[in-house]
Design a protein around this ligand. Sequence first.
Ligand code: CLF
Ligand code: SF4
Length: 291
Amino acid sequence: MSALIKEIAGVHPCFALGKPNNKGRIHLPVSPGCNIACKFCERSINSTEQCPGVTAGIITPREALEVVRKSIALSSDLTVVGIAGPGDTLATPYALETFRLVGKAFSHLLKCMSTNGLLLPEKAKELIDVGIDTLTVTVNDIYPETLTDLCDRIVYHGRVIKGKEAAKLLIANQIKGIRQVARAGLIVKVNTVLVPEINGDHIADIARTVSEAGASLYNIIPLIPRHKLAWCDVPSCIEIDDARSRAEEYISVFRHCRHCRADAIGILGGADIGEQIYKKRIAQENTFSHG
Ligand code: CLF
Ligand code: SF4
């Protein structure tokens, strides 16, 4: 393990190995749209659910600056500013624009971004230039035959692509993108949504492939059965443990994931101070679904 990864593990809550490090993250929900359609994903604007893709509202890059300022005034344990949706961070320009602003004003915070990776190869340079420190790419399968059961379609350069063609392109771009940014020195984590009925037997292969491409850390997120995968079971503790053990043969595994909302703020597992910061947005009535 490199010295840099060890250092990051001590200060970034989602890169902690072994025990949690009790550091916190500020999520800025600036990315509304998505360019793929995961079958389990139902993005929503509400203030109650605890899961990715959910936020009480969307903010602008300029509003994000104020959110960071208020957050660090409330908690000194926040070390990371992250953008994880509620859509994909590369599908719209707002995430990178926000990081440009936040990076200048709060240079002591690590910049962390999460993406589905479809546009990673073409955005890699921009991302490196903006100074992203840690990147998470969600890779749910490396086999197109089964990825089609997890992802309905992609929208790539204005074209809607479905089926195996879409799955092949998504996987190829994810792996190529991981390779590019890892080579440039970014620390890469890969998330996989574990759906035992679909990708349960592929975890070791995914872990090996992304590790070879340059990822340093792997995180298994158990499925929240909803939308078109409402028929699936919630993965059991044994299934999750077993998947983590298989992955660990190839890559270090993160074990403290909290299924964060896109507007969560605070220490993992602690109080979500995002409720105080974003409260004026909670009154907004709005819903939006994945596109
Ligand atoms: Fe946010 Fe994700 Fe960065 Fe962490 S969350 S963008 S890496 S700062 Fe962390 Fe939350 Fe799990 Fe994500 S606990 S859902 S892994
Ligand atoms: Fe939802 Fe998938 Fe898009 Fe993430 S990448 S916002 S899970 S459709």
